[in-house]
Design a protein around this ligand. Structure first.
Ligand code: ZN
Length: 291
């Protein structure tokens, strides 16, 4: 499933093709996505210019000249394919896959600059939605999201405040989209390893009695930002490599320290990485390094 760094990688890939360009033609081949595309979807997009392509958590947000914002979510298996005059121009091998089955191409944007952007999603958990910009703050999909982990406002004080008094585990707290937006299973495991904090530790222990941050909160915020930035950088380099390669490069998974590495040696202490299940999801960590 695409997590925040992958969505940011997609955003960086699409921005040059979308920003400043008009939707010359919009083709919808299947409206039955996670939430159905409205009947007037094509009409509201066609002719509009994309003024900017941003991201909030795992949503891409295209600001349109009409005053609408186009929200896009990749779901579990969604990808965007970008072509210019029929030629594949760039792509992360997983999220701009060149070999996807075309029967899962649900939406095609033909941009005024010659770029074609195709949304492909075999499982159809992804979708798109048009929201007037003035109503974005009250949009149900975005309204309850916590701070952006890479934003300046997300710091140790904010995280400690959100975790103060929480009896749940750190793993569960960081996976809660109201505490911090856009973190999923992979990067929660990776960030906790980098901070040397146990996923089983009670969330409240990163704050003191008054809800003020301690050393653990500072280490955790630094680890979250560094982990996400490294993954975005890795995505960026795979984008560059992919242009001259055969599509086999650029899997972030090669960079994982603990995720999906049960029984393998910890990169730090060489002890064995352990897998446990927390709130129904696998957690990977090093019991020796993470306290
Ligand atoms: Zn270790």
């Amino acid at each position: 499933m695409p997590e925040l760094p992958e969505v940011e990688t997609v955003r960086m890939g699409l921005a040059p093709a979308m920003e400043g360009a008009r939707f010359a033609k919009v083709e919808v081949r299947d409206r039955r996505l996670r939430w159905p595309l409205p009947k007037d979807f094509e009409k509201r997009l066609t002719g509009q210019t994309v003024e900017g392509l941003g991201r909030r958590a795992k949503y891409l947000l295209a600001d349109l000249s009409s005053g609408d914002v186009l929200l896009m979510h990749l779901g579990m298996s969604g990808s965007m394919r970008l072509r210019r005059n029929g030629q594949q121009v760039l792509g992360d091998p997983r999220y701009f896959d060149i070999a996807k089955d075309e029967k899962h191409d649900h939406v095609v944007f033909h941009m005024s600059n010659g770029a074609t952007i195709t949304f492909n999603d075999p499982r159809r958990f992804g979708s798109m939605k048009l929201v007037p910009r003035a109503k974005l703050d009250s949009e149900p999909l975005l309204r309850n999201l916590g701070p952006e982990p890479l934003g300046n406002e997300f710091d140790a004080a904010m995280l400690a405040n959100a975790c103060a008094g929480k009896k749940t585990s750190l793993k569960a707290a960081l996976s809660d989209q109201r505490v911090v937006a856009g973190l999923g299973n992979i990067y929660v495991c990776e960030a906790l390893f980098r901070a040397r904090l146990s996923p089983k530790r009670q969330a409240s222990t990163i704050a003191d009695r008054n809800g003020k941050p301690n050393e653990r909160a500072r280490a955790l915020v630094d680890a979250i930002k560094a982990t996400l930035n490294d993954a975005i950088k890795a995505g960026g380099s795979s984008l560059r490599d992919h242009r001259r390669a055969d599509g086999s490069l650029g899997d972030f998974q090669h960079n994982f320290q603990v995720y999906d590495r049960e029984g393998e040696p910890c990169p730090h202490c060489k002890g064995k990485i352990k897998r446990i299940v927390q709130t129904g999801r696998s957690t990977f960590y090093c019991p020796a390094c993470q306290k």
